[in-house]
Every structure is written in C-alpha cells, then in structure tokens.
Write a protein that binds this ligand. Sequence first.
Ligand SMILES: [Zn+2]
Length: 116
Amino acid sequence: MNANLIADVAEYLGVEKPYEIRISSKPHDWAAGFCEQRMRKGKIIKHVITLYLPSIIASGFSLESVIAHELIHAWQAEEGILLEGQYHGEDFAYAAADVEQTFGIDEVYDPENDTE
Ligand SMILES: [Zn+2]
C-alpha cells in the first residue's frame, strides 16, 4: 500500500484536522477499524483511527479500504454529519462510492456489514 494513497484520500475528502492511524494487534468484536475524535472546548482537534489487524484479516478487506472507510467518518465528523444511527447513511454511501471509483479501492462501503 502506497503512503500517498492515505494522504490523497484524506485530501480528496477535505479532512482538515490532523489524524493519527494506529494499528492494533488485538481483534475487535464488531469493527475492523474505528475513528474517534479528540475534542477540546467542543471542537475537533484530531482524529484517532484504530485498525484492528486480526479483524481486518478475518474480514478479508484490504488495509486501504478500511483506512479510506475510517477517513470518511473523519470527514463526516468535521462536517457535523457523523450522527448516531446514520454513520453509514446516504452521505457515507455517496462518499464511499466516489472514493472507490476515484482511487480504485474496493469495498470502502460494505452494505452487509455497515448497517448502523
Ligand atoms: Zn463505518
């Protein structure tokens, strides 16, 4: 995987805040990756994306598809559209299809698993 790809996807999405990507050797119960926001005084100061390696391996998704997926959540958070119950709503599906097509990444959005 090319390091430029991560930076290019983040820039394409318009993610402005810094982001940190961690790779964990632990599995996660229900997610291959997770994106959380660090806040100060009600504002996002950075995104922390954790990738759960065993869960990614078990899912069969590529590392880039999971990173691209989580970067879309980072973008949603900055836009104020990362809303409970709509994490993978229309905005997400549209952005994911766009990123898949633009960068040739498969399965950024998986409707069977990305249900919430
Ligand atoms: Zn997601």
